[in-house]
Design a protein around this ligand. Structure first.
Ligand SMILES: C[S@@+](CC[C@H](N)C(=O)[O-])C[C@H]1O[C@@H](n2cnc3c(N)ncnc32)[C@H](O)[C@@H]1O
Length: 232
């Protein structure tokens, strides 16, 4: 299925600027988007992302780090080990929030970087999470190729991707309105069709381990093949 033309026409810098908002507003807005556009819940997201942390973990599009902080609290509560984390984001204002939050944490390294041009060596990470962000990337295929490149063979990426809304009215209509607003503002690049996103992951070289449609999200756990020779 081909995608409708409804996608952001904003430039990379305009998209980065679209995230410049007060932290309290970002969190309130995030709650509404999660509930009514993603049609999911925080506990469901914790179950999806919380277990995908290898010894060297990459958090792509970490944002202000609020969501990751909740995930890490959940992991602690579950008795899961602390790991080394590298977080990247290309919005300076968001990354500044993460830098304040994780200041002095020896296990956290933060870098300003585009998901489609990661400043890391091939095969650097055991795991990568892309939480609530794949649908924000202007170059989603580049980002998927880069994520695969920096994962070690056998490494696992977990992501959720906004799909074109389905379901009953008025919830479908509300989700469509929120998405249209997000696209106008530049915080959403485009929703996807599940088959389209699946094809993109396979084209990047991933093997899909688990996938589901949950609410208006495509949740996926995808692996870098063990025998993968990284393109470099
Ligand atoms: C909706 S926020 C999600 C932040 C965080 N992962 C969370 O779950 O709260 C999307 C983030 O993606 C970042 N982003 C968008 N396009 C990006 C790109 N090409 N490279 C890196 N970060 C990007 C934005 O700056 C923003 O911080």
């Amino acid at each position: 299925m081909t995608q409708p033309a409804a996608r952001s026409t904003k430039t990379r810098d305009e998209i980065a600027l679209a995230y410049k908002s007060e932290p309290w507003w970002y969190d309130v807005r995030g709650f509404f988007i999660l509930t009514f556009a993603y049609n999911t819940t925080l506990p469901a997201q914790l179950r999806l992302f919380g277990r995908n942390f290898g010894a060297d973990h990459l958090e792509i599009a970490i944002g202000s780090g609020t969501f990751l902080a909740i995930v890490l609290r959940w992991r602690k509560w579950k008795g899961l080990p602390k790991v080394r984390i590298t977080g990247v984001d290309y919005a300076e204002s968001m990354l500044a929030g993460a830098m304040r939050r994780y200041e002095g944490d020896p296990d956290m390294q933060l870098e300003l970087a585009d998901a489609a041009a990661l400043p890391f060596e091939d095969n650097s990470f055991d795991t990568a999470n892309i939480a609530n962000a794949v649908h924000c990337f202007p170059d989603v295929d580049g980002a998927m190729r880069e994520t695969l490149r920096v994962l070690r063979p056998g490494g696992c990426m977990v992501a959720n991707v906004i799909l074109y809304p389905e379901g009953i009215q008025p919830f479908k209509w509300i989700a469509e309105k929120i998405n249209a607003w997000g696209i106008r503002k530049g915080i959403l690049y485009t929703p996807y069709y599940r088959d389209d996103m699946r094809r993109r992951l396979l084209a990047a070289g991933f093997e899909i381990g688990f996938e589901e449609r949950a609410g208006n999200c495509y949740n996926v756990r995808a692996y870098k093949p063990k025998a993968a020779a990284t393109a470099g």
